[in-house]
Design a protein. Structure first.
Length: 246
């Protein structure tokens, strides 16, 4: 298996993190989603390959993502080893447990991973425009603070998503982000280009997180569709994962 995309903010030996990339060696370019109508048996095989990259005691957790602002405290759930597909409708997770891998599935939306390594608290969020409007990343960080994280220690990484030059939205979506004019650009056809990443970066800074502690990549799922799944580019079934764990 080829290496995944790695993040400098989480390059210590304590944290494992990354974003998977397309790989033609495996079924549907190494998609890892069960909910898209793909061949489930083949997706399970892909998941087994992914799981083998970690120790045998790892607990890999995914949620039923629904574009909400709900956050699940994984510490409150008893987990078995292996890949756990929780039947919980939510879009963010936090934990202080070891050997737990928080996984977010995306194909244009943003996955955002967050950690206070010093205090042993990690989180992960799925942020499409609806989640961003509901400030899910802010709520995730605030939840982490209740578990012992400190704002000055928090580092973040924003995984590849559709970029602000490719993400075309209608007036109804643009109206939701009038407070973020730097993230909007109107086109001649009346549509708008929306920079979802820029809004999330701004929200993180509003919490007091230092700019140097917010990492992101210039990859765009639409532009770099050879590397990442993009729903808008035609990858209706494919999803990659962004993960973080201790």
């Amino acid at each position: 298996m080829e290496n995944w995309l790695k993040y400098n903010n989480f390059n210590s030996k304590k944290i494992v993190s990354g974003t998977t990339v397309k790989n033609r060696k495996f079924f549907n370019n190494f998609s890892l989603a069960l909910h898209t109508g793909d061949n489930i048996e083949e997706i399970y095989k892909n998941r087994e390959i992914f799981k083998k990259q970690f120790n045998e005691n790892v607990k890999i957790v995914t949620l039923k993502q629904v574009h909400s602002d709900k956050i699940v405290n994984i510490d409150e759930i008893e987990l078995l080893n292996g890949w756990i597909e929780l039947p919980i409708e939510a879009d963010a997770m936090v934990t202080t447990k070891r050997d737990v891998l928080l996984n977010i599935l995306t194909a244009d939306c943003l996955a955002i991973i967050v950690a206070d390594e010093n205090n042993g608290v990690i989180g992960a969020a799925h942020a499409g425009w609806r989640g961003t409007k509901q400030e899910i990343v802010k709520k995730l960080v605030k939840k982490m603070l209740t578990l012992g994280a400190e704002i000055e220690n928090i580092k973040c990484a924003i995984a590849p998503g559709i970029c602000g030059k490719c993400y075309e939205v209608g007036q109804e979506v643009a109206n939701e982000f009038i407070d973020y004019p730097q993230a909007l650009e109107q086109k001649e056809n009346g549509k708008w280009l929306f920079d979802n990443r820029e809004v999330n970066i701004t929200q993180l800074k509003e919490l007091g997180i230092k700019a140097e502690n917010i990492e992101y990549t210039d990859y765009c799922t639409y532009c770099d569709n050879d590397k990442f799944f993009s729903y808008r580019k035609g990858d209706v079934k494919g999803r990659f994962v962004t993960f973080i764990g201790f």
